[in-house]
Design a protein around this ligand. Structure first.
Ligand code: FMN
Length: 355
């Protein structure tokens, strides 16, 4: 599969998730079988570009290409500026966020709120495509099925975006009104795929190899994008890849491998965020890794009280060493991620905090 001139390793994508898909996590997912990852969104507000948060989000040190940066905003000229700014800092693909449902973004008429005003959405798309044209940087678009059940306009926006020069469209199978509630539907994704000649990516509730195969079959999409199911489970990409290739399940990872991967992830995380923020922001990742393991919940509570990286790493190593005494491999599927089940949604206040 290609995005513009870039050939991707496969068609399994990591979804952009603010506060989650930072450079260490993206790199880990790519090492474990993801063919492509989009960064967390970067604001189009110039006054925020020099903040630590934005500069960390724009950090791509050592990341295998293509480097894709997602931008979010409400004003065409500012979005064009943001695209140029990120291209100058190494972005090889610019993704426009038209999918985020969070109030902090939507009240400013950004994210999925743009789907309510197609003229504004298209003026932004046009401006960003033009800003990227001279650098030959492809522009992609991520959106939802529409604003609400009675206003599902993904197809008309996708067609107009394709005409404007957008080179790939991702559709999350929910409306803005649904946020993360209910189940994702794939008929709208299938309709978008059938109508477009550029690649279309299906997203929403893909939480197992079987679900990945079902969504690909039902939508005919060129690729699938996985978000929440990869939290604490970055090896899901190799599991899906293996299943799609062979129809067989790959064995779950050894506990010893999870220990090695998690500790490497933590060290990479501390090196991006520093000791103080690194320890605190690593807690959610550790919580996700251990949530389905025996004793994981109790461990998460104790671990949240640790305030330095050495203690955090030692606690993780100790917990997984003890688990290794009782089992070789982690359990095959986490309770909330069994085939067909919807991953546990993130409460809106936690989403707001991540942005
Ligand atoms: C914590 C969190 C942060 C997110 N941040 C973004 C974001 O920055 N940009 C975006 O387009 N979508 C964002 N999303 C939406 C995801 O990219 C994805 O569309 C959604 O989670 C559905 O996929 P899933 O069911 O595989 O999780 C976020 C989702 C979560 C859970």
């Amino acid at each position: 599969m290609f995005i513009g001139p870039f050939a991707l390793a496969n068609s399994l994508f990591v979804a952009p998730m603010a506060g989650v898909t930072d450079r260490p996590f993206r790199q880990l997912c790519k090492r474990l079988g993801a063919g492509y990852a989009v960064s967390e969104m970067v604001t189009s507000r110039r006054d925020l570009w020099d903040t630590l948060k934005t500069s960390r989000r724009a950090n791509h040190d050592g990341e295998p290409g293509p480097i894709a940066v997602q931008i979010a905003g409400t004003d065409a000229a500012m979005m064009a500026d943001a695209a140029r700014y990120n291209v100058d800092r190494g972005a090889q693909i610019i993704d426009i966020n038209m999918g985020c449902p969070v109030k902090k973004v939507c009240n400013q008429w950004a994210g999925s709120a743009l789907m309510q005003d197609e003229a504004l959405a298209l003026s932004i798309i046009d401006a960003v495509v033009q800003a990227c044209a001279s650098a030959n940087v492809p522009v992609t678009l991520k959106m939802r099925t529409g604003w609400c059940q009675s206003h599902k306009n993904a197809l008309s926006i996708a067609l107009a975006a394709q005409d404007a020069g957008v080179q790939m469209v991702t559709v999350h199978g929910r409306t803005r009104e649904q946020a993360y509630k209910g189940a994702a539907e794939y008929d709208t994704v299938a309709a978008v795929k059938a109508a477009l000649h550029i690649p279309v990516v299906a997203n929403g509730d893909i939480s197992s190899p079987e679900k990945a195969r079902e969504v690909l079959r039902r939508t005919g999409a060129d690729a699938i994008m996985v978000g929440r199911a990869a939290q604490g489970r970055p090896w899901i990409f190799r599991e899906i890849a293996h299943f799609l290739e062979t129809g067989e399940h790959l064995a779950p990872p050894l506990v010893s491998e999870v220990k090695r991967l998690l500790i490497e992830h933590l060290h990479d995380h501390y090196s991006l965020y520093g000791e103080f923020s690194g320890v605190r922001t690593a807690r959610k990742h550790i919580g996700w890794y251990v949530r389905s393991l025996p004793g994981g919940e109790a461990f998460r509570h104790c671990m949240n009280a640790l305030e330095d990286s050495a203690s955090q790493v030692a606690a993780v190593a100790h917990f997984l060493d003890r688990l290794n005494d009782t089992m070789d491999r982690i359990p095959p599927a986490q309770p909330c991620l069994t085939p067909g089940a919807t991953p546990v949604p993130l409460p809106e206040h936690r989403m707001e905090a991540a942005l």
